[in-house]
Design a protein around this ligand. Structure first.
Ligand code: NAD
Length: 737
């Protein structure tokens, strides 16, 4: 029989080589069709007496990325539809559906013939779970080979036997660590954890896998053998008595109880290790069904998996524009941002010209790139040869004529209109027709800057976030006259450097900074009310924010906050800001000399390492302090999330952001908005717009008019709408909920 996604060749020794190689896909993923074919292959190899064993490998450079978008989407659509008819029956059907993969893997494991996974490249999620169900696992040696069960990062967990098999192969602590963090393992680490049998040179991979079968590999999993013992002795041992009471506490410290999937992993392992293997699988299947029905799984999968992929693959790219080939990118301004932009561009294999005012300044920028590369070598992320190849792509120069054959030029000079105007003119004088000019400004409107350009339709904003190497988001800013070609080139560039773009219309602060300023402003309000600073920081973290607002303000720099407040007054008048905020920030900067992390004095004190930062005690003397018992932490949490979500809703209302996927993904990748909510708009949709409006009205009464719900929100509440319904990005009622 011929298969669409697999080839099957049986050699003279009776070993069937199953090669997974999906046509029209760069990476193998699980779809319903793949599962059907895999089941058919399994039965065919079992039935064929000539087949002694099976080696399962991939025909792509990676092994597999795990589940496919379409499969996950259809699971949610199915459940949402069925739920309307009969909620209990829908849960039952979902239970059966999620058991399918697990059942298929168990059938491989118990089919009576040995299966060996030959893992030639990165192997994620469901693909690693499949490998774990094989009787042997051989991994190709190489930096590109990573193994992981990363499901927890999108609100679910390994639900195809992963929790049961990992915990029966390695000690419970390592198993929990691997699955609750979703960390990637190298082949060597996986071997040390006993998750794989061999790590061999790539060229010998299939041979080694076949050899395992020839050497008489038993087609029985260890847990199906009589007398099997769980590594470390299971749950009722002195070592386990140390681990298990602490594990939920550690998890709570790390996740503040916001991630039910992480807790479900603990439950699956703890309960599963006390029962026979098949019962363990059943326990996993139950928890998996429960998690899939919960809001965090739905919201996280939608934003962090589906929407992120869709945006990364050009969901907002204008149709009909040819794909851009980047032969050369220019970066003008070799300072803090420009050097980092040059680095990530070269890391994507694109030659870069790094221009600054003189050779010395340009060289200094390249020096920053060299330091970044050195740090990457130190961490084992890059070889010296790779670093050299990357750095060779960056040419520092003060000579603008080097930009005459660039596809794209990104400007990152001082945040000053006149300096930028002069640079725009100089670049335009040499830039070829059809090339695009992008500004990395963080505060100056793109439409205004584009007025200095002769070709404003070739002018766009590409707003990076610091640290550029780490931050996965970029805001692509459309000026009034920005054309489709400029947008296509900007999106192609962002895709090339492997970041996620959101497309934002021009406004003060664009999208991300508008929201971030609300977050920090709410912390000023709390300080002024006398809320102890430590409670402010902890409430934000309990709400799911990765960094407290005061710590974040220190990173951004408090003098920058002062500058922004003053500029807002200058541009929009006194009423545009809260005078108490200006008073607080001026006092910190001008009287106390506290600028933030950069001078080791901000809301926190920063003693020399290894000592850790701690909140500056002097802050408490600014305002009379409330007693801790008089502060409701839950209200503080609500205030942080609501003030940001309200700002996100305002940007939709104003047409600054037009697609809810971008508002959600931008809020998580840009400033870590409580990921379990699925992002700032999913947070509102999750509780229902009506409930959100009621919450805002209550907060407005207690804490000020900045919480007042907007007309759009009130209208949506009245009509019973959601953001994903009203601004449906798919133009259909797909998985909007
Ligand atoms: P920076 O001061 O570190 O670097 C600016 C560089 O521009 C300097 O190397 C300077 O020599 C060079 N320069 C100035 N005038 C020039 C000219 N006429 N021709 C060529 N080079 C010139 O500043 P930065 O922090 O890298 O910021 C650069 C831009 O990026 C600004 O528009 C800023 O708003 C934006 N931005 C900054 C951040 C951030 O976190 N710092 C984040 C996003 C965007």
């Amino acid at each position: 029989m011929a298969y669409k996604n697999f080839t099957l060749e049986t050699d003279a020794d009776g070993i069937a080589l199953v090669t997974w190689d999906m046509p029209d896909k760069s990476m193998n993923v699980f779809t319903a069709e793949v599962m059907d074919e895999l089941a058919a292959i399994l039965e065919a190899t079992v039935a064929d007496a000539a087949v002694k064993g099976v080696v399962f490998t991939s025909g792509k450079s990676t092994f597999s990325g795990g589940a496919d978008l379409s499969m996950i989407k259809s699971m949610f659509s199915f459940y949402n539809e069925e739920k309307q008819k009969d909620a209990d029956a829908a849960a039952g059907k979902l239970f059966e559906l999620v058991g399918r993969m697990s059942g298929l893997y168990r059938r491989i494991e118990t089919c009576g013939k040995p299966w060996v996974a030959a893992i030639n490249g990165t192997c994620m999620g469901g693909a690693l779970e499949l490998s774990l169900a094989c009787h042997g696992r051989v991994v190709a040696d190489g930096k590109n080979v990573k193994l992981a069960l990363p499901e927890v990062k999108v609100g679910i967990f390994p639900g195809a036997g992963g929790t049961q098999r990992v915990a029966r192969l390695t000690d419970a602590q390592s198993a929990l660590q691997m699955m609750t963090t979703g960390q990637s393992l190298t082949g060597a680490r996986a071997k040390a954890m006993n998750l794989v049998h061999q790590v061999v040179p790539a060229a010998e991979l299939v041979m080694a896998a076949k050899q395992m079968i020839k050497d008489g590999l038993k087609p029985v999993a260890p847990w199906d053998e009589r007398g099997f013992k769980v590594p470390g002795g299971g749950i009722w041992t002195p070592a386990a008595a140390q681990l298990w009471p602490a594990a939920p506490a550690i998890l709570r410290r790390e996740s503040a109880g916001n991630y039910p999937a992480a807790l479900a992993i603990l439950k699956c392992v703890y309960e599963g290790l006390q029962v026979p293997f098949d019962t363990g699988l059943r326990i996993e299947q139950r928890y998996f069904t429960e998690i899939l029905r919960g809001r965090p799984a739905f919201a996280m999968i939608r934003s962090l998996f589906i929407s992120m992929q869709e945006l990364g693959k050009g969901a907002r790219r204008p149709a009909g524009q040819p794909k851009t080939e980047f032969t050369k990118v220019g970066v003008v301004g070799a300072g803090f941002m420009g050097a980092a932009v040059a680095y990530v561009t070269a890391a994507a294999g694109i030659p870069v010209v790094l221009v600054d005012r003189d050779q010395e300044a340009a060289d200094k920028g390249k020096g920053h790139c060299e330091e970044t590369a050195k740090a990457a070598i130190g961490k084992g992320k890059m070889t010296p040869d790779e670093a050299k190849a990357l750095l060779d792509l960056i040419t520092p120069t003060p000579d603008y004529s080097a930009l005459s054959d660039a596809t794209l030029v990104i400007e990152a000079v001082f945040e000053d209109r006149d300096v930028k105007k002069a640079v725009i003119e100089k670049v335009e004088a040499v830039l070829p027709q059809g090339a695009i000019f992008a500004s990395n400004t963080s505060t100056l409107p793109i439409t205004g800057l584009a007025k200095n350009a002769k070709r404003p339709n070739d002018f766009i904003g590409i707003h990076f976030f610091s640290p550029v190497e780490k931050m996965m988001l970029t805001e692509v800013i459309l000026g009034k006259e920005t054309g489709d070609r400029a947008l296509a080139v900007a999106l192609d560039y962002v895709a090339k450097i492997k970041k996620t773009p959101i497309v934002v219309n021009d406004t003060r602060g664009f999208y991300v900074n508008r929201c971030v300023l609300r977050y920090m402003a709410e912390s000023y309000n709390m300080l002024i009310e006398g809320v102890p600073p430590v409670m402010i920081e902890n409430a934000a973290k309990f709400a799911g924010m990765p960094v407290g607002p005061l710590a974040l303000n220190d990173e951004v720099a408090i003098d920058l906050s002062l500058k922004i407040l003053k500029a807002t007054v200058a541009d929009l008048g006194e009423k545009a800001i809260d005078p108490r905020h200006l008073e607080l920030v001026s006092r910190l900067v001008e009287q106390e000399g506290r600028l933030g992390r950069k001078n080791a004095k901000g809301f926190y004190d920063y003693p020399p390492k290894p000592a850790k930062k701690s909140l500056w005690p002097g802050l408490k003397s600014f305002y009379p302090q409330k007693k801790a018992d008089d502060v409701d932490m839950d209200v503080l949490k609500e205030r942080f999330l609501a003030t940001i979500a309200l700002e996100a809703a305002r940007t939709m209302e104003e047409g600054i952001v037009t697609d809810p996927r971008e508002a959600d993904v931008g809020s998580i990748l840009g400033f870590g908005f409580a990921p379990y909510t699925g992002g700032a708009l999913s947070y509102i949709d999750g509780m229902g717009v009506k409930t959100f409006v009621a919450l805002c009205e209550k907060l407005a009464k207690d804490y000020g008019p900045h919480f007042r719900p907007t007309p759009l929100l009130k209208e949506m509440a009245e009509k019973g709408e959601t953001f994903y319904g009203r601004f449906d990005p798919y133009g259909e009622k797909d998985i909007a909920a």
